[in-house]
Design a protein around this ligand. Structure first.
Ligand code: CAA
Length: 291
């Protein structure tokens, strides 16, 4: 089966990025948000991002206009009824996702593949809420979606090989490299990334080094594009805390246990760049160290 039409549920940071790359890659794309206000905010984010791509010479203004012409926003899930593929990128709440998959299963025709961009919730939880568990899989995009070249696919025990093959062809048509993981908490990337990020927090919490030196150490010492504390602010401390808790619950190993400082910062509302403050106080004019 060929994918021709795509639906994206959620137009937050990830949903907007996913909708952008789909439309840029030639797919007729509908993106759905809960209210007109939230939808407009997401579409504005998308337009800004696609504008940056033009400024950086990644896209001509004609290509931008054609991409925007392939894109439509809606607040109605029913508008996804003619989609070949629907990618869910809503909040990381199991109840919300299960309810959404149940509704999508009722709204979409039998051939539609349903994918989740979850970074942590087992895909079988969503697949089992539908009558098509063979056509449900994980499609975990990386942030920022238009720039990062990876998609991590997650094959639940029910996902068919045919679904995986169709999804792989689609993922590669977005210009991304596809990797496949089994349906286990953390998949590949977060299983490796999250313990590393948590260790950086412990190091800072224990006074081993300044936040700047921890970041500079990994940027200049290992050529990472960002140091771990800067990356935590970028990904979101709330998101990392959420994923760490899921990993700890699943494996009960100390490397996944969220350090007290992370919990305190999340409770205080220091969620990183998006809240104006994380390890660095962006609202107060601070920036991560320049290297
Ligand atoms: N569309 C297309 N290309 C774009 C673009 C857009 N909207 N915006 C920027 N670009 C391009 C730029 O032109 C540039 O390309 P060249 O290298 O060819 O010039 C490239 O993207 C980098 O852009 P910038 O120069 O603006 O930014 P930068 O060099 O400061 O890099 C960054 C920014 C890409 C975020 C980089 O710091 C980075 O890679 N950081 C690490 C990000 C990361 O690890 N993400 C994964 C997080 S984990 C995750 O997402 C999973 C999870 O579940 C938590």
């Amino acid at each position: 089966m060929d994918i021709k039409t795509v639906g994206v549920v959620g137009c937050g940071l990830m949903g907007a990025g996913i909708a952008e790359v789909c439309a840029r890659s030639g797919y007729d794309t509908v993106v759905r948000e809960v209210t007109d206000e939230v939808l407009e905010k997401g579409m504005e984010r998308l337009r800004r991002s696609i504008g940056t791509a033009v400024e950086r010479g990644k896209l001509s203004s004609e290509e931008r206009d054609a991409a925007l012409g392939r894109l439509r926003g809606s607040t109605r899930l029913e508008e996804l009824a003619d989609r070949d593929l629907v990618i869910e990128a809503v909040v990381e709440s199991l109840d919300t996702k299960r309810e959404l998959f149940r509704t999508l299963d009722a709204v979409c025709p039998p051939h539609t593949i349903l994918a989740s961009n979850t970074s942590s919730i087992p895909i079988i939880e969503m697949a089992s809420a539908t009558q098509r568990p063979d056509r449900v899989l994980g499609m975990h995009f990386m942030n920022p979606v238009p720039v990062m070249r990876l998609i991590e696919f997650v094959q639940a025990i029910t996902t068919s090989e045919e679904t995986l093959a169709t999804a792989r062809a689609f993922g590669e048509s977005l210009g991304k490299r596809v990797i496949v993981a089994k349906d286990r908490a953390g998949f590949i990337v977060n299983m490796l990334l999250v313990p590393y990020l948590l260790e950086a927090i412990r190091m800072y919490e224990n006074g081993v080094a300044s936040r700047e030196d921890i970041d500079i150490g990994m940027v200049l010492g290992t050529n990472h594009p960002m140091g771990p504390l800067t990356l935590l602010d970028y990904v979101g401390l709330d998101t990392t805390y959420y994923i760490a808790n899921i990993l700890f619950e699943e494996f009960r190993q100390s490397q996944y246990a969220p350090p007290p400082l992370l919990k305190q910062m999340v409770t205080a509302g220091f969620h990183g760049r998006k809240s104006g403050r994380g390890f660095y106080d962006y609202a107060g004019g601070e920036q991560p160290p320049k290297v």
